[in-house]
Design a binder for this molecule. Structure first.
Ligand code: FPP
Length: 252
């Protein structure tokens, strides 16, 4: 009997679900003496590259923070620029993503966006709804606290009694109930915070922060994040089995 018998890795090498805060577009543009919108425009290109790279590596879900509930506080010009970018992105990239097997889902409060933006998101979801290679969820007018509150409201409206409201039951009302929780959370741009992204869903996500500004995010950066993730020891609040317990299990 050997105590050093290899055991199955605790973490599969490839995360099933990656969530990304795409930060740093404004600084990327400033460094080039360009308006912030220029950075967001290149941010869309980085996003399309990342969807492709994730799909190639077998990631099943990619969720990105494109516009937060708090982003309305930005200058009017930048907000309207981001809204018009939705229309440009859908018109430039929807066919390509659809033909590559990408399913698009939008998460967030659609009630406050314009009819045009809502129609673009509806089209993106409708055109890609049968695709299965990778699901790209775009969080738009989204906030983690908003999500928890809307889930509670919908649970109450559905008549769920207080004593029946478990974590699993409430989870059914969360905006991303269709996806497993993210395994890996990446934030670019050098800030080390979650910024009201998927608060409920990232309870046990592995966090990875990089100084890379989002428009520069590429396959090498993605691979570094995945390699760091693969080194983590995920215990989900439990304990790592002792070598003796592993050996006994292997011998059984
Ligand atoms: C944060 O960088 C980025 C955003 C608030 C917007 C992210 C949006 C995109 C990448 C475009 C995706 C758009 C669609 C339509 C899917 P920042 O502006 O806070 O940068 P800074 O920290 O350098 O100022």
């Amino acid at each position: 009997m050997s105590l050093f018998k290899p055991r199955a890795p605790v973490v599969p090498a490839i995360p099933r679900h990656i969530a990304v805060v795409m930060d740093g577009n404004g600084r990327w543009a400033n460094r080039r003496l360009m308006p912030r919108f220029f950075g967001h425009k290149h941010g869309v290109d980085a996003l399309v590259r990342t969807v492709q790279a994730c799909a190639d590596r077998g990631v099943e879900y990619l969720t990105v923070f494109a516009f937060s509930s708090e982003n309305w506080k930005r200058p009017e010009e930048e907000v309207s620029g981001l809204m018009s970018l939705v229309l440009v992105a859908v018109s430039n990239y929807l066919r390509k993503l659809a033909s590559e097997g990408v399913r698009i889902r939008i998460v967030g409060d659609r009630s406050k966006v314009s009819d045009k933006v809502r129609a673009a998101w509806d089209e993106a979801e409708a055109v890609t709804r049968h695709n299965t290679r990778i699901t790209l969820s775009v969080a738009f007018n989204y906030g983690g606290r908003w999500d928890i509150v809307q889930a509670c409201r919908r649970a109450i409206e559905a008549g769920v009694p207080a004593e029946a409201l478990t974590e699993a039951r409430l989870g059914e009302f969360m905006a991303m109930a269709y996806a497993p929780d993210p395994d890996l959370f990446i934030r670019t741009g050098g800030e080390v915070r979650i910024s009201n992204f998927l608060l409920w869903q990232t309870a046990y996500a592995e966090l990875h922060f990089t100084d890379c500004l989002w428009p520069d995010f590429d396959e090498a950066e993605l691979d570094r994040a995945i390699a760091a993730y693969a080194q983590r020891d995920r215990r989900f609040g439990g304990v790592k089995p002792s070598p003796a317990a592993v050996a006994a299990a292997n011998d059984a």
